[in-house]
Design a protein around this ligand. Structure first.
Ligand SMILES: [Fe+2]
Length: 278
């Protein structure tokens, strides 16, 4: 185990209190109902003048927060993979919290994710839950199936003789840390993956065209008529598309959850179509 023993213990206690006990009290119905919720597809179109012209119309499937474990088994991951493949994406972005607690069985998760189809590749960053138990095991299992794990670094991919630069921030809850990591990356990415939407404060300051994030789960419990009013009240950006100084942020509600309840806040995968603009 190379994670955070104290945080891992707290997460296990929270899991017992908010997931295992309520589920047992309902005879397993809570988990079954949670897993039967259809995964919605949300489509978003955005544009930025610095987005490479050769990548105009690039389709990015954005999946996050599977929380693979008690509340998301291999079958549930397969559902999300099939739905993502049906959108025929050019590339796939996975923005963290792929596992919930233990990394022991993460090979099962990555065997499912290996079925994702995207000609420009699959890119991933780690979330806070991925760091709890054994992040090195998670990273190794992802790379084993060909997923590019970005840990405070960029990769350039060649698309129609132009470079698309994709950056990834490791889990962070501190804006100055995000800014320092972006500074160290050197080149400004066109597309940034970050688990925590808080990274948008630094990403927009750097003029990054688009940042993808998860983490909030859309608050899991939201008002029916105003989904922006939800339980993630400590977060400024909770779900959907945001803009600041021309930069965009997309926050997905994610596929999974850490407690088995979603009210007016269904699980989600996203398809982003990104354009260059003048
Ligand atoms: Fe999460």
């Amino acid at each position: 185990m190379d994670g955070h023993p104290a945080k891992f213990l707290r997460a296990r206690i929270r899991h017992a209190l908010f997931t295992v006990v309520p589920d047992r009290l309902t005879g397993g119905r809570l988990r079954a109902r949670h897993l039967s919720q259809p995964i919605e597809l949300t489509k978003i179109v955005a544009a930025h003048p610095d987005w490479p012209r050769a990548c105009d119309g690039l389709k990015i499937a954005h999946l996050s927060d599977f929380h693979f474990g008690h509340l998301a088994d291999g079958a549930r991951i397969r559902e999300a993979v099939v739905a993502a493949n049906a959108t025929d994406p050019d590339l796939v972005a996975l923005t963290g919290d792929l596992i919930d607690l233990h990394a022991d069985d993460c090979d099962v998760l990555f065997a499912e994710l290996a079925q994702l189809r995207a000609p420009r590749g699959i890119y991933m960053v780690l979330g806070n839950h991925d760091h709890l138990h054994a992040p090195r095991k998670v990273i190794a299992a992802a790379r084993e199936v060909g997923i590019t794990v970005l840990i405070n670094e960029c990769v350039d991919i060649d698309i129609n003789r132009e470079q698309l630069r994709i950056g990834g921030l490791d889990w962070s809850n501190r804006i100055p840390e995000d800014a320092a990591r972006l500074r160290k990356m050197g080149a400004v990415p066109h597309l940034l993956l970050a688990h925590n939407p808080k990274a948008f404060a630094s990403a927009s300051a750097y003029g990054i065209p688009i940042t993808l994030a998860g983490h909030t789960h859309g608050g899991q419990i939201a008002r029916r008529t105003k989904p922006q009013h939800n339980l993630a009240f400590t977060h400024r950006f909770t779900a959907g598309l945001y803009e600041r100084d021309g930069s965009h942020l997309v926050v997905t509600r994610g596929v999974g959850a850490w407690f088995p309840l979603r009210v007016h806040c269904p699980p989600e995968i996203m398809l982003l179509e990104m354009h260059s603009s003048d």
